[in-house]
Design a protein around this ligand. Structure first.
Ligand SMILES: Nc1ncnc2c1ncn2[C@@H]1O[C@H](COP(=O)(O)OP(=O)(O)OP(=O)(O)O)[C@@H](O)[C@H]1O
Ligand SMILES: [Mg+2]
Length: 453
């Protein structure tokens, strides 16, 4: 790929020189300019990939220069440099179209992180439109239930980034669907016909994990009676999913870093490096940034894998997905178990809506599996839902306000479900006036349109 071209505008000669040097050392082509007029000239005559503009220039403020630049080159991402404490201008800059801002003083790493992200994002957004259309047709994520805004955003990100080779970092509590999303990324990518290889880094002791990942030569250790290819080699031209990456030992972290940087690795007991072309997707339910702060996870590796972060929300933060997920699992499970099930009784659904779901979607699936297996009727009743669990002390007591809010949201979701998003009938069922109901829906971020049949 050609080197990215950056425009830097700052009237402070020293700072301009420092930024230029730093960016050049990151292998970017840099045009450094002190005066606004020359900057306008440059944008009119050359194509840049990114602009870095100081907030306070000699004759004009940086935000209005950015706006003028955007008139000529609307897609050019701009990073605005703001002085310490001027958060208002930073917000203003973002509102008026800056990609992001950087507060002075900043160090080389912050600069490189923001610049890399902005450039990545630019590559992304030019890919967005092409991919969006393409993917919407080719891949509709039909095995992924997503009604909540949060989950829809996740799927949108998946669609946008599937076509790229950048590393993806999926973070979410256990059972939120990390592996499901990792597979979806692979299946929506041009690598879809090649292997998707998954491994749980927490499940194996260090030396076994190493030879699983990188393979080994015959005789590399006791028991290595023949050489093995390892998962990275198996995933060549496909994707590899490293689950529970936070549990990887420090020495393996170093080796992984090397693969990510150089796309090369040494099988255990071998002197000859192997080259691979793999899309790496990692996941964890731990807070890696925090682990970095506590020196339990390498900072350089963190930045390598954190290129595209995807945050999977806990099920309790998106209760509006519960009825849809329940339907989906009921259909799937009753087919599997060859049972005719019409649905859940209202009280059974109520239990699902009120539970806290520490085990997230997986726990919901297991709950329904038990219910479908046990039921002798075609409607599942509440006694089969979380027996001995719902509403007991086991779940711990929430503060009253939280409990009331959770109940209210659950109630509203049910209401919209039953009225298929029709506000008049929902208001009648709830015995409320429509404006009251609207206010409540707004409070909980619910959109009746999402519940239309
Ligand atoms: N949005 C969803 N739609 C349909 N099924 C889902 C959804 N999210 C999760 N599931 C299902 O829930 C189960 C758990 O998902 P998955 O294994 O991907 O979670 P995970 O985050 O990797 O969990 P763990 O941390 O326990 O490894 C799977 O059977 C998966 O298919
Ligand atoms: Mg998993």
């Amino acid at each position: 790929m050609a080197r990215a071209k950056l425009l830097v505008v700052d009237d402070d000669r020293n700072l301009l020189e420092i930024i230029k040097m730093r960016l050049e050392s990151m292998d970017y082509e840099v045009t450094a300019i002190r005066d606004e007029e020359a900057a306008r000239q440059a944008v009119a005559t050359q194509v840049f990939d990114l602009a870095v503009i100081d907030l306070q220039l000699a004759n004009q403020d940086g935000i209005s220069l950015m706006e003028e630049i955007h008139l000529m080159s609307p897609d050019l991402p701009a990073i605005i440099l703001t002085a310490h404490g001027s958060i208002e201008s930073a917000v203003e800059a973002m509102k008026r179209g800056a990609y992001t801002y950087l507060t002075k003083p900043f160090d080389a790493r912050e600069l490189s992180l923001h610049v890399d992200r902005a450039l990545e994002n630019r590559r992304l957004s030019s890919e967005v439109n092409r991919l969006k259309g393409l993917l919407a047709e080719r891949y509709d994520f039909k095995n992924i239930v997503a009604r909540s805004d949060k989950m829809r955003q996740v799927l949108e990100t998946v669609a946008r980034i599937a076509g790229m080779d950048s590393t993806v970092h999926i973070h979410g509590e256990s059972g939120t669907g990390k592996e499901l999303i990792a597979r979806a990324i692979h299946l929506a990518s041009p690598r879809q016909d090649k292997a998707f290889v998954a491994i749980n880094c927490a499940a194996l002791p260090e030396n076994l994990l190493e030879s699983e990942l990188f393979g080994h030569e015959k005789g590399a250790f006791t028991g290595a009676i023949r050489s093995s290819r390892g998962l990275f080699a198996q995933a060549h031209q496909g994707s590899i999913f490293l689950d529970e990456i936070g549990d990887m030992s420090p020495s393996l972290q170093v080796k992984l870093l090397r693969v990510l940087q150089e796309r090369q690795f040494y099988p255990v007991g071998s002197e000859k490096p192997l080259s691979v072309d793999v899309r790496v997707i990692v996941a964890t339910n731990r807070n890696l940034a925090e682990m970095v702060r506590q020196d339990q996870f390498r900072e350089d590796l963190f930045y390598r894998i954190h290129v595209i972060p995807i945050e999977l929300p806990a099920l309790r933060e998106r209760r509006e997905d519960i009825p849809l997920l329940a339907d989906y699992f009921l259909k799937k499970l009753s087919t599997q178990m060859n049972k005719k099930i019409k649905g859940l009784s209202p009280a059974a659904m109520q239990r699902l809506m009120l539970h806290d779901w520490p085990g997230n979607v997986r726990e919901l699936e297991n709950t329904l599996e038990y219910a479908v297996a046990m039921t002798v009727q075609d409607v599942i009743t509440e006694d089969l839902i979380l027996p001995g669990k719902a509403g007991t002390i086991e779940e711990g007591l929430q503060p009253l306000t939280e409990a009331r809010d959770a109940f209210e949201k659950g109630y509203l979701v049910r209401l919209l479900e039953m009225s298929h998003g029709n506000i008049s009938s929902a208001a009648t069922m709830a015995g409320r006036y429509r404006p009251d109901l609207y206010a409540l829906l707004k409070k909980h971020g619910l959109n009746p349109g999402d519940f239309k049949k």
